[in-house]
Design a protein around this ligand. Structure first.
Ligand SMILES: [Fe+2]
Length: 303
């Protein structure tokens, strides 16, 4: 008999065999969900940190995939200095940086804006680049009284819960990515994100290739590496052939059991590992203003 269940995953396998430390030398980590995410307490990230604290935070990022801080007060230069302790910073190809701080982009939605928000599709950042970001640091400057949460999804779990047959097929596949969807001449930024300094350009049509299954350069774990913003199709497949499998993978990879959800307050910071998570910005705060600052740490070529 063919099993008709639409359940794609054995839910009991979603928080297993995952090293989630809570005690570090210099701080504690409070888990946000069974799948990923931890709030770090006891670190003021506005100040220069010792090598030991930076190493511990880096370990926490690898253990939890996304780490959160509360009640921080960051000037632009301090956010840049914090982020630089984890690597070189990238400037965004299509969103202009802040005056005097090209490595910081302002993600703002004014109270009177309608339409799609920035980041409102499950995605990893900047996978249109040959070397997509290691991670992003997002700082909440202004938040709505409710809504505007960000969701994160663990892409190790997304891969590990697939069947052996699907894994085998995906292991040999390459995906084609570009920034055409958001930033191409007909991209979403044409009619959205009016208060951000976004440009559309033919540059967004440039295609790059990444493996569909990515080996994390620091943990050695495999994760799914396709996303709804930048992935166009599989290499050697047509768009029409690719679409059903991509659709399945996007929905599989963002299912509830793989996620955590972060409620922002003014001064909250999220720092995610862009190599092992996807994220999604909820658009449920019409009539209110939200402003975030993002810095992006340069990554390496996926393999
Ligand atoms: Fe994003």
């Amino acid at each position: 008999m063919v099993q008709s269940s639409t359940q794609t995953t054995d839910q009991s396998r979603t928080s297993w065999s995952f090293n989630r430390r809570t005690q570090y030398t210099n701080f504690e980590a409070h888990l946000v969900s069974g799948a990923l995410g931890a709030e770090i307490s006891g670190v003021d990230i506005s100040k220069p940190l010792s090598e030991e604290v930076v190493a511990d935070l880096r370990q926490a990022l690898l253990d939890h995939l996304v780490i959160f801080f509360r009640d921080q007060k960051l000037e632009p230069a301090q956010q840049i200095a914090f982020s630089r302790q984890f690597g070189e910073l990238d400037e965004h190809d299509f969103v202009k940086g802040m005056e005097g701080y090209p490595e910081l982009i302002r993600l703002v939605r004014e109270a009177d804006e309608e339409g799609m928000n920035f980041g409102g599709v499950w995605h990893s950042d900047v996978t249109h680049m040959e070397q997509p970001a290691l991670g992003s640091v997002l700082y909440a400057v202004d938040v709505p009284p409710f809504g505007g949460d960000t969701l994160f999804a663990n892409q190790y779990l997304a891969y590990e819960t697939l069947s052996p047959g699907m894994k085998k097929m995906l292991d040999g596949l390459t995906a084609v990515h570009s920034a055409e969807g958001p930033f191409g001449p007909q991209g979403r930024s044409k009619s959205n994100w009016k208060n951000m300094q976004v440009e559309t350009s033919d540059k967004a049509l440039i295609e790059v290739e990444h493996p569909v299954v990515r080996t994390h350069p620091e943990t050695g774990r495999k994760g799914l590496f396709v996303n709804g913003t930048f992935t166009l199709r599989f290499k050697g497949w047509t768009g029409a052939e690719s679409e059903p499998l991509l659709k399945f993978l996007f929905s599989h990879a963002s299912q509830e059991a793989f996620t955590c959800r972060f409620r922002w307050q003014r001064g909250s910071v999220a720092f995610w590992d862009n190599r092992s998570v996807m994220h999604f910005a909820l658009n449920d705060y019409n009539g209110y203003r939200r402003e975030m600052l993002r810095s992006t740490i340069a990554g390496d070529r996926p393999y």
